[in-house]
Design a protein around this ligand. Structure first.
Ligand code: UD1
Length: 419
């Protein structure tokens, strides 16, 4: 297993390019199951989760052609299996995204239950209830969801709570259903909007995406198209937080500041000077100005849970005390223990992580536990005195494209080593 070795204490400066959004790319890859012609996807990030999804589609018999320049073409004409096996689903919960499209187009699907995961139980009950409301017959047996449908029917679905992949699964399923589907209390995340835009370019009839009520008029078939993935707002936020912690001045290109409202507000509150253009964000920071911030995570457009761990790391070295309430997941504090090993004054009470800023963190050997927790450890390593070794970095590779290269370009001392 590879590790990252970081020598902390350098200011970051320069420019980097933001990659395509992982959380858009995953449902959009799954949407290739819906179209009768090939779907060409551009600005695909080079990530482990993307490779896993491509492997999953490949195992189902789809033809994938990887082109130059972050492009892949997926053709579902050659599909021969309707199964997402445990071996792949256990490494990536988002595999559940094939369920809706498989049922809608082929009337059958067998998908392993994702099971527990490091950040809470994360069930898929809302996905299943909603698909059942559209007429699917669903059995859960031997750890697998076995679902069949002889034509899904449009339905009025009210989600009990906001679920991002649940909304995406149902959005995809409803495109080929008979009649109109209304999704109420739908997720408003930009990645849901990106998926809706891609589906519309395939011929789907959708309105209301980006609000909490999405309406879909089912059509008989969808066609192939070309679509470019939107930039990754969490990758963007992670690098901005890194600079806010180390100090310096960095410009992120090919991103979308309009998708980061809550994050940019908190960075400014923490003392950063942020300027933006249509597709770039520049952040300048004097570390002496860094102040702790109070945050409550929530569904978009509120502060993203996927940025909670990074801001926890920031609060650990900021002036004053901070409180970050995690309102989306029940147990997303795996990084706290590790940050404490670097000398942070941080504790969890209920779903709130309290910090009291310390002058310095000390480099230490650390264990990556989940994707965003791992990113927070890298950020802490960038400001830690001495050497930080982050082990099990396969978690980071699931969601950050060549993190060490991008940080090296900004002047960080970070390298990847084999175990
Ligand atoms: C997606 C994102 C993830 C992000 C999360 C919240 C992808 C691939 N992943 O995950 O990066 O952290 O949104 O913004 O886009 N829940 C249920 N029953 C369900 C579904 C969800 O109880 O059927 C609960 C979950 O346990 C969690 C909450 O609802 O507490 C939100 O989860 P959800 O929005 O579904 O997260 P994901 O779509 O898995």
């Amino acid at each position: 297993m590879e590790k990252l070795i970081i020598k902390g204490g350098r200011r970051l400066a320069g420019e980097i390019r933001v990659s395509g959004a992982k959380n858009s790319a995953l449902p959009i890859l799954a949407s290739s199951l819906l179209s009768q012609g090939p779907l060409r996807i551009g600005n695909l990030p080079h990530l482990h989760d993307i490779t896993t999804t491509m492997e999953l589609l490949g195992q189902m018999g789809l033809t994938l052609t990887v082109g130059d320049n972050l492009e892949v073409e997926v053709d579902s004409a050659t599909i021969s299996q309707f199964l997402a096996p445990y071996e792949l689903v256990k490494t990536m919960r988002a595999s559940i995204l094939v369920l809706g499209p498989l049922l809608a187009r082929f009337g059958k699907a067998e998908v392993s239950l994702p099971g527990g995961c490091a950040i809470g139980t994360r069930p898929v009950d809302m996905h299943l209830q909603a698909l059942a409301a559209m007429g699917a017959k669903i059995e859960v047996e031997g750890g697998y969801i076995r679902a069949t449908a002889s034509g899904l029917k449009g339905a009025d679905i009210v989600f009990d709570a906001v679920t991002v992949t649940g909304t995406e699964n149902l959005l995809m399923a409803a495109c080929l259903a008979d009649g109109v589907t209304t999704l109420t209390n739908a997720a408003k995340e930009p990645e849901v909007v990106d998926l809706a835009n891609c589906l519309r370019s395939m011929g789907a009839i959708i309105s209301g995406e980006g609000t909490n009520v999405i309406q879909i008029q089912g059509v008989k078939s969808l066609k192939g198209t070309s679509y470019n993935i939107l930039p990754d707002r969490i990758e963007t936020g992670t690098y901005l937080t890194a600079v806010a912690m180390t100090g310096g001045r960095v410009k992120l290109k090919d991103t979308r500041p309009d998708l980061l409202g809550a994050v940019l507000t908190k960075l400014e509150e923490a003392g950063a000077v942020v300027s933006t253009g249509d597709d770039w964000i520049e952040l300048e920071m004097d570390p002496a100005d860094l102040k702790a911030v109070n945050i409550q995570t929530g569904p978009y457009p509120r502060f993203p849970t996927d940025m909670q761990a990074q801001f926890t790391a920031l609060n650990c070295i900021a002036g004053g005390t901070g409180a970050i309430q995690e309102s989306v997941f029940e147990n997303r504090f795996m990084h706290v223990q590790e940050l404490r090993r670097m000398g942070a004054d941080v504790r969890v009470e209920g779903n709130i992580v309290f910090t009291s800023g310390v002058e310095k963190l000390t480099g230490a050997p650390l264990m990556a536990t989940d994707l965003r927790a791992s990113a927070s450890l890298v950020l802490a390593g960038l400001v830690g005195c001495g050497e930080t070794i982050v082990d099990r970095i396969y978690h980071i590779d699931r969601g950050y494209e060549t993190i060490e290269e991008k940080l090296t370009n900004l002047g960080a001392d970070i390298r990847r080593v084999p175990r």
